[in-house]
Write a protein that binds this ligand. Structure first.
Ligand SMILES: *Cc1c(COP(=O)(O)O)cnc(C)c1O
Length: 471
């Protein structure tokens, strides 16, 4: 690298003007987050063409790069840090976690090993204990900090595969599936798409899963769950991604573990119900499971990306995810990479730790229950306006339908165009429906009412255009 670039970079680090520029841009972005169109306007999207250019031949200018990003990038973001994004279960971001993220960005820690970041190692252990406490999980449980539930589900099922094969005297890591004894996988037809993906990645094959029908709320039908045995992996769900429904853990978990089956619970956003006194009944029985996956970046409102795998059997998880190399020096302390598929990782545990430290148990209770209250309000006000609510609003999800599928689909498009709020669509019991996730601490009662008015206006637009004679 030429002295010229290095000198400029030392200057940038010393003078901090690049970071001041970033901070000013971030503040002006944040100050407008509540008013911005939730989905970018057409003009903002058109502005993205400013990024269409050839790879530069020579170094650029840091300030200009930031200015370009703020000028054309910021307007083209989805305003999910405002209060009216109800699309994916995205969650907002707690201010303290965002500030902590900035600090950790300057640390630039890599966290595979104690020796690469003693600080992250310590916070991983402390956060693990806090999570066990919060979710009432047994002391033997360990946590791995990954990018999201897609990854943590994969980890849970990999540990299950390891343990169940080991019982059959089969080392899956060395021998693979060829000639292997059969393991069974039992899951709900309403399992999340990332569960199917993990099953496929782990070589089980989705065709080999014993899929179980769900009831009208999206809960696995306990009466249809086949006889389980010690070779089975049973995948359950805390929080159906459409309806928010919770499987009946109290019935299924003890039944499964009595015969030695492994139970994994996908609780991406729903496991946090355990942190609310009034909602904890939804998660009754989860403590009997073997592994649990959930996100920080959804219900808890940490920044992206933050997922957690908790596993009751440390040995199974470590055997499934272990990597070796002459230069990889494990220590007596906690080495995070033993619990994750990744080796190099940012110190994402710090934001999770900060969120738990900031909110405490009562703050988590208020956050989680608050999302539920806003969801109930949303459902109640929509029903008053003649929309049909299709699910029991047990958590943060609301499923809504208009008079027929065509009207529902057109209404979704009109709501999205309004810029006032953003919701997506899904299929529910062979119907097209509007899917609402209330998942940000920012969302107020007024945001809900304003969004309900946007629903009503959108439906009115759709009806009006239907009444207009074809030209
Ligand atoms: C979001 C979600 C996932 C996937 O989680 P990511 O964090 O997006 O990888 C899995 N299961 C459920 C129920 C979810 O809501």
């Amino acid at each position: 690298m030429s002295d010229d670039i290095r000198r400029r970079m030392f200057h940038e680090m010393e003078q901090k003007f690049v970071f001041d520029e970033a901070r000013n841009a971030a503040y002006s972005y944040a100050d407008r987050a509540l008013e911005r169109n939730v989905f970018p306007t057409d003009a903002a999207l058109a502005g993205l063409s400013n990024f269409d250019e050839d790879m530069p031949q020579t170094p650029g200018n840091a300030l200009q790069i930031l200015q370009k990003l703020h000028r054309y990038g910021s307007p083209a973001t989805v305003a999910q840090t405002g209060g009216r994004y109800f699309g994916l279960v995205n969650g907002g971001v707690l201010p303290v976690t965002l500030a902590v993220r900035w600090l950790t960005d300057f640390w630039d820690q890599n966290t595979p090993l104690y020796l690469s970041s003693p600080l992250a190692s310590r916070l991983e252990v402390i956060t693990e204990a806090w999570l066990r406490d919060l979710f009432y999980l047994p002391d033997s449980c360990v946590a791995g900090y990954v990018s999201g539930s897609s990854m943590s589900i994969l980890c849970g099922l990999a540990a299950a595969r390891q343990r169940n094969f080991e019982r059959l005297d089969w080392d899956i890591n060395r021998r693979g599936f060829s000639g292997a004894p059969r393991l069974r996988v039992v899951a709900s037809r309403q399992a999340h798409g990332t569960v199917s993906k993990a099953i496929a990645l782990l070589g089980f094959g989705t065709d080999n899963v014993e899929w179980v029908d769900a009831d009208e709320q999206g809960r696995i039908r306990t009466d249809l769950v086949p006889k389980l045995d010690a070779s089975t992996i049973l995948v359950l769900q805390a929080g159906n991604v459409n309806s928010g429904a919770f499987d009946d853990f109290n019935t299924l978990c003890p039944k499964a573990t009595r015969v030695g089956a492994w139970v994994h619970i996908d609780g991406a956003f729903g496991l946090w119900a355990a942190g609310s006194r009034q909602l904890a009944h939804l998660t009754r029985g989860i403590e009997h499971a073997d592994s649990w996956s959930f996100d920080g970046h959804k219900t808890l409102n940490t920044p992206y990306d933050s997922g957690v795998i908790i596993c009751r059997h440390r040995e199974a998880l470590v055997k499934a995810l272990h990597a070796a190399g002459a230069y990889i020096v494990y220590s007596e302390q906690r080495d995070g990479m033993l619990h994750t598929p990744e080796m190099s990782r940012r110190s994402r545990v710090v934001e999770l730790w900060a969120a738990l430290k900031y909110l405490g148990k009562s703050g988590i209770d208020e956050l989680v229950y608050g999302l539920h209250e806003r969801a109930l309000q949303f459902a109640g006000e929509l029903e008053q306006q003649g929309f049909e609510i299709l699910n029991d609003v047990v958590f943060n999800q609301v499923l809504v339908a208009c008079a027929d599928d065509a009207q529902t689909t057109a209404t979704i498009a009109a709501i999205q165009r309004s810029g006032i709020c953003w919701v997506g669509g899904t299929q529910w019991q062979q119907r097209s429906v509007i899917r609402i996730s209330v998942c940000s601490w920012v969302t107020t009662a007024e945001d809900i009412s304003q969004s309900v008015r946007a629903f009503v206006d959108a439906r009115e637009l759709v009806l009006k255009s239907a009444r207009q004679p074809a030209s």
